[in-house]
Design a protein around this ligand. Structure first.
Ligand code: ADP
Ligand code: MG
Ligand code: ZN
Length: 489
């Protein structure tokens, strides 16, 4: 279908979308054993009898994983249940040595939350969160020409699964939802959310229904979508495919499909398994998971300020435009950085301009994030504050300040005052010195002076340029302007 046909079809059918997001929790060790969870270790070096599923071993729950899961659940507005249960979910796959995954089923950790997304027209839309539960990750299969290789390092890495209500109505909304969930988990520091490394993964469920009808159509589930853009692409693909079927009077088959990003298509993988196919039963080797109100309250009171609240505060307390506040709070580390600079140089809008402008630009060029921790970093907040203060006092010009930042980034840091001195970037703001230069320019251009006095005031720029040339660009332009006007009038 071409885009016009898609638009026509979308007038007749409304997409209904729900996402299941899996996020690896940032614990040092696995959820039921003491093996490390370090990404990128040589295959099958972070394994033990527990996560390899040897007979007779017993899982021991990692309290750190529970804490992170509770943190995420509370921040997503869920009710965390005092008692939840682990269950065995059975399926047979080479990367699942136990033959079952320990997950949660009918008594999940938390239910009934929501997250607000901001649509492109600035309206807000709450998206329901059905449940957040804890489970373990499986291993990783790599299919090669000579056969399938299995790495069990990932087996038993703690995961939370975040299931949304079918509240999303377009691929764009799905994208905005994912972005909001990722931002939330990053703020909470519960997950790396690195989609390339697989620490954040998404399955997308989608169905179509005739516009205006309340009941949902048959959905398909697209698995293995490992970037935000692919989620949008996969949903567009499925919507078109389902629409074509419905237009032809055919039925959508309830099935699981696999997204192939190389070919941009979602291929059928298996007919949808129902929950009874998994033969869920309560995990007999783990006690019910107890999260008492004391723990929930403690975690709740330690939640960091979340992005939307933080952006609102930057608008009301710092007087920033909403746009700046949104950009600066995109990640917690960027917001921390901005606030650390403002703490030392109390001109919020000026700091915002420099952080959103030069600092982000230089960091992006180097593929780095702007952050406070871990230090050291090329442009430390204290150094940026000192630089902006020098600029405010007229010691250096705006373009010299940019030069200082470039030098700092090139050399992995440095004291701005020392750099200004070493590179002779100081601005000439001494009126007497400037007058000497200005007099020389005036004396050297009698015709232009006459023309100016005769009404050609546009020539002021010419005189400023001449002074700049004589001072190798180091004259304070504001002061030059002032003195020139006085002398020429
Ligand atoms: P399943 O049992 O097939 O896995 P669930 O009820 O667990 O289905 O829902 C899985 C995800 O699919 C949820 O995010 C939910 O919002 C979404 N979903 C459920 N029904 C539909 C539907 N008809 N169309 C689109 N998404 C749906
Ligand atoms: Mg499901
Ligand atoms: Zn282990």
């Amino acid at each position: 279908m071409n885009p016009v046909e898609v638009d026509l079809v979308l007038e007749r059918y409304e997409p209904v979308i729900g996402l299941e997001v899996h996020a690896q929790l940032k614990t040092a060790s696995k959820i039921f054993c003491a093996c490390a969870t370090t990404y990128g270790a040589p295959p099958n070096t972070q394994v033990c009898p527990v996560c390899l599923g040897y007979p007779g071993v017993l899982p021991v729950l990692n309290a750190g994983a529970v804490e992170l899961a509770v943190t995420a659940a509370l921040a997503l507005g869920c009710t965390v249940h005092e008692t939840s249960l682990f269950a065995r979910k059975h399926y047979f796959y080479p990367d699942l040595p136990k033959g079952y995954q320990i997950s949660q089923f009918d008594r999940p950790l938390a239910t009934g939350g929501s997250i607000t997304i901001v649509l492109d027209d600035d309206t807000e839309k709450p998206i329901g969160i059905t449940r957040v539960h804890l489970e373990e990750d499986a291993g990783k299969s790599t299919h090669t020409e000579s056969g399938t290789l299995v790495d069990f390092n990932r087996c038993g890495t703690p995961l939370i699964e975040i299931v949304s209500e079918p509240d999303l109505r377009s691929p764009r909304e799905a994208y905005l939802y994912l972005r909001a969930v990722k931002q939330t988990l990053e703020y909470l520091d519960v997950s790396d959310c690195n989609m390339e490394e697989g620490s954040l993964r998404c399955d997308a469920n989608v169905s179509l229904r005739p516009a205006g009808r309340p009941e949902f159509g048959t959905k398909t589930e697209v698995k293995n979508v490992n970037s935000f853009r692919f989620v949008e692409d996969a949903l567009v693909f499925e919507i078109e495919r389902q629409a074509t079927l419905l237009e032809a009077g055919e039925q959508v088959v309830h099935e699981t499909r696999l997204w192939d990003s190389a070919r941009s298509e979602a291929r059928p993988m298996r007919s949808k398994e129902e929950s009874h196919d998994y033969r869920y039963f309560p995990e007999p080797d783990l006690e019910p998971l107890a999260v008492d109100s004391t723990m929930s309250e403690r975690v709740w009171s330690n939640l960091p300020e979340m992005p939307r609240a933080r952006a609102a505060r930057l608008v009301t307390e710092h007087g920033l435009p909403a746009y700046d506040a949104d950009v600066l709070t995109a990640t917690r580390s960027l917001a921390d950085y901005y606030e650390a600079v403002v703490e030392l140089f109390k001109e919020p809008k000026e700091v915002s301009n420099w952080v959103m402008g030069e600092v982000l630009r230089l960091a992006n060029e180097r593929g780095q994030a702007v952050r406070l921790e871990p230090s050291p970093q090329p442009i430390a907040p204290a150094d940026l504050a000192q630089l902006l203060e020098s600029k405010q006092k007229g010691r250096i010009s705006g373009s010299a300040a940019k030069e200082v930042l470039e030098i700092m980034v090139e050399h992995g840091g440095g004291n701005p005052l020392a750099i200004i001195e070493k590179h002779g970037l100081e601005q000439i703001s001494d009126a007497t010195a400037l007058e000497t230069e200005i007099d020389a320019v005036i004396d050297g251009h009698p015709d232009e002076v006459e023309a100016y006095r005769g009404g050609k005031e546009g020539l002021l720029g010419f005189f400023v340029g001449q002074v700049m040339r004589r001072t190798k660009g180091q004259a304070n332009p504001e002061l030059v302007n002032q003195i020139l006007r006085r002398k020429l009038s």
